[in-house]
Structure formats: structure tokens, C-alpha cells
Design a protein around this ligand. Structure first.
Ligand code: PLP
Ligand code: ZN
Length: 426
């Protein structure tokens, strides 16, 4: 471990800003800030801890229109925004009245549309924070195990940073995600196996001399990476006018995003940036990969791994690292977790597109369909203000939708042909 903890180091010039240490989520053991991710005592995951100073709404509002407006709350130096990066975040919060009406909701419904990020998914947020940490820790090659969107985000961020990158993916990924990753000039390695196999391979690669200067954003840089997801929670609260929504629906892959949106809300409450009002957090999974939903329904604290089989490949993590913590958040806030079939996922994608003009990837379809399912089961309150997360762009998962939509017809370029096609009503 290279960086020692010095109480006086938590100033704006500190390499990790107000972050002061890493802490085991299981036993509480503390470590200095380094490229560490598992507790030596109990193998529990490590999380970034902070000593926040005063942070005001005015400070945040005067910052850049990106995640860097929250630099004081992230494990980054105050100058992270000035280093080469993709400046993700501050995506649109769209009021979705048409979708609300279609679902029979009377409470206001919002879509937080993270498809507006530089590589069209929320993964640009987590990579930007991990990239900053990699620089501080002297890890010059960016790497990751990816279910698709992370591959795009790492390859693009490394290109912007003029850094080498090595991206490992399961070999059965959507062609849209393979092409859009390779285009950034990364070393793309397709591994015969599923995400969990790729992730295990990356853990084994750490410690091999060949990866000495590699920062695996979601493995040895995971504590920093995961903090990037807090910015989604911050933005929702700020964009609602510095207050919390009553319900949030969040897709679950590893479960990190869900837990960090909650962490972001709680930090805003603790810092006095928003009033403490009750909120409930709901999780969304595909039936073909629903280990966290299954544990929730069974009342279990442990998440039993599954073998994924779903069109929602970006959520296809069978052994989710943050699954137990996602369960905790959902139970503590009084939410629940739903799971939807591949058919419902496609319906969800189409419903959001047809009602709001937002074309989501399969993960967004999971979230919309889960919102609908949990309204039907009575678990979600249709009268409460609700935020739905759309975490990715439908252009990357065209294969899921293309069998179901297409032209109304192919005609000759004549007025009569158009009139005929429209049913001859002229
Ligand atoms: C990675 C991903 C998620 C979930 O992320 P976790 O933090 O692993 O739960 C959700 N949506 C999309 C589109 C993703 O790529
Ligand atoms: Zn521990």
C-alpha cells in the first residue's frame, strides 16, 4: 500500500480529496487508500470512507455540468475535472407524464436518462472516477471485466486519456457492444465463458507480473469505481430542486448502482443538502438472471449464484458482488425487487419508446417492465413521486427489438401507394 493516512491530508489538494481511507464493509477494518479491494482479515469488500468538510448547494451549483460538480464528495482530487476524461453525468431528468398515464400512475414519474452519457450508459460515471484513481495510484493501463457497457466506457476513457487499455468480455456479447468497444482502439479480448468467468479471470490476473501497472476498474479499483454511481443519486436530488423522490426503481447487475444511489441520498441528508424525507428503493432484474430478487422473495440474506440466461446481458451477473448490500438497502427503505421475462423486457423497451421517445437498451426494458409489474402487485405506490433509471441506450441492443418492429410496408414512391397503405382513406 503506497499511500499512508495522514489526518492533515484531507484538504482540497489531497490526491483523493475528502476520501480518507478504505474500510471493510463486513468487519470494519481500515486500510489506507490504495489499489486494494478485499479485506485481508475477512475477505469482505472494501469501501471508500470520507471526512467531509462543509459542502453547500451553491458550491455544487457553480461547478461543471458533469459528475465533477460533486468532486468534493468523491475520492478524487479537486483537479480531477481538468485531467483528460469524458466528463460524464448531469444527464436529463425527464418528466414522463405519458408513461405515467399508460401505467395508471397519478404520482409524478421521472426518467433519469443516463443513455445521454458519452458512451451511452451510466458506466461512464464509474469509469471516470476509477480513471482518476488509477492516475493517482500509478496504474497506467485501464482494464475491466465487462458485460458490455463497461467495455465501451473503459475503451473510450482510455482513448481520451491517451492510455493503453485491455478489455475482457464474454464472447457471446451483443455485436453492437463489441463493435463500439473495438472502435476506440482498445485491446479487446473475448473470453469463452460468461461474465462471472471473465471476472474470476481478472481477479486471477491481478498479481501476475504482466498486469503490474493495470487498473481493473471493477476489480482492484472497485472501491473508487463504485463511488461514481453515487452521482446518479446526487443528480436526482439536485434536479428535483434539492429534495428526494418517494420511490426509485433501479436495475441490478452487481448491485453496486442500487446501493450507491442510496449512499448518495444519505450523504446529501447528512450534509444538510436535502431534507430527510422517506424514500423507498426498488430493484429490477431479468427472470433469466434474478439471484437478488430470488433472495428477496425467499427472505434470505445470502444471494445464491445462478447461471444467467437473458437478453438483458448488461445485467447478466450470476454472482453479484453487492447483492447482499442491495438486499439490505431495499429492506431498510421498505422497497422490493421484481423480475421480468425477456418478453416483458421487450414490451418495456417499446412502452418507454412509444410513450416518451426514449429508446432504452434491455436494462431499461427490465426497469420499465419491473415498474409495471410492481404497480400491478401493489408493491409500488401509483400515487407517489417515482424516478425510473434508464441506464443505457437501445442502439446497442437492436437485436432484442428488431424481430418485433419494422416498416408498415414497402411501397412505390407515389401518392396513391401511400394512400393505399394508409387504408385508402382519401
Ligand atoms: C452495469 C449496468 C447496470 C448495473 O450495474 P451494477 O452497478 O453492476 O448493478 C445497469 N444498467 C446498465 C445498462 C449497465 O450497463
Ligand atoms: Zn473485513
Amino acid at each position: 500500500m503506497s499511500t499512508a493516512i495522514l489526518p492533515s491530508a484531507t484538504t482540497t489538494t489531497s490526491p483523493f480529496g475528502s476520501a480518507s481511507h478504505l474500510q471493510c464493509r463486513e468487519c470494519g477494518a481500515r486500510y489506507s487508500l490504495g489499489a486494494e479491494y478485499a479485506c485481508i482479515e475477512c475477505f469482505g469488500p472494501l469501501e471508500v470512507g470520507y471526512e467531509f468538510g462543509t459542502v453547500t448547494r451553491e458550491q455544487i451549483e457553480s461547478g461543471p455540468l458533469s459528475i465533477w460538480r460533486y468532486s468534493a464528495l468523491l475520492p478524487v482530487s479537486a483537479t480531477a475535472a481538468l485531467e483528460p476524461n469524458l466528463a460524464p453525468g448531469f444527464t436529463k431528468l425527464v418528466r414522463a407524464d405519458n408513461l405515467a398515464r399508460a401505467l395508471g400512475m397519478t404520482g409524478v414519474l421521472w426518467v433519469k436518462d443516463d443513455s445521454g452519457n458519452p458512451t451511452h450508459s451510466f458506466k461512464d460515471r464509474v469509469v471516470a472516477v476509477a480513471q482518476s484513481a488509477a492516475r493517482r495510484l500509478g496504474l497506467s493501463t485501464l482494464s475491466c471485466a465487462s458485460t458490455g457497457n463497461l467495455a465501451n466506457a473503459v475503451a473510450a476513457a482510455a482513448a481520451r486519456g491517451a492510455q493503453p487499455s485491455v478489455v475482457l468480455i464474454p464472447s457471446d456479447l451483443e455485436p453492437g457492444k463489441v463493435v463500439t468497444t473495438a472502435a476506440y482502439g482498445t485491446t479487446l479480448i473475448a473470453v469463452e465463458g460468461n461474465y462471472d468467468d471473465v471476472n474470476r479471470l481478472c481477479s486471477e490476473l491481478i498479481g501476475d507480473p504482466v498486469t503490474d501497472d493495470w487498473g481493473f476498474v471493477n476489480v482492484n479499483l472497485r472501491p473508487y469505481y463504485a463511488e461514481g454511481s453515487k452521482t446518479l443519486g446526487y443528480e436526482i436530488a439536485e434536479q428535483l430542486g434539492w429534495r428526494l423522490p418517494q420511490q426509485v426503481v433501479i436495475p441490478i447487475a452487481s448491485g453496486a448502482l442500487l446501493t450507491k444511489v442510496d449512499k448518495g441520498f444519505r450523504e446529501f441528508i447528512d450534509l444538510g443538502l436535502v431534507e430527510e424525507t422517506p424514500y423507498r428503493i426498488f430493484g429490477a432484474q431479468a427472470v433469466g438472471c434474478s439471484p437478488v430478487e430470488q433472495a428477496f422473495r425467499a427472505g434470505h440474506d445470502v444471494v445464491r449464484p445462478v447461471r444467467p440466461d437473458t437478453i438483458a446481458k448488461s445485467l447478466a451477473i450470476g454472482n453479484p458482488a453487492d447483492g447482499p448490500y442491495a438486499l439490505d438497502v431495499v429492506r431498510r427503505t421498505g422497497g422490493s425487487i421484481g423480475a421480468v421475462t425477456d418478453e416483458e423486457i421487450v414490451e418495456g423497451i417499446r412502452l418507454l419508446a412509444e410513450t416518451e421517445g426514449i429508446f432504452a437498451e434491455t436494462a431499461g426494458g427490465v426497469t420499465v417492465a419491473t415498474l409495471r409489474a410492481l404497480l400491478r402487485s401493489g408493491e409500488l405506490d401509483p400515487t407517489a413521486e417515482t424516478v425510473l433509471l434508464n441506464t443505457g441506450d437501445g442502439l446497442k441492443t437492436l437485436d432484442a427489438v428488431s424481430p418485433h418492429v419494422g416498416p408498415a410496408g414497402t411501397i412505390a414512391p407515389s401518392v396513391s401507394a401511400v394512400v393505399d397503405l394508409l387504408g385508402g382513406a382519401a
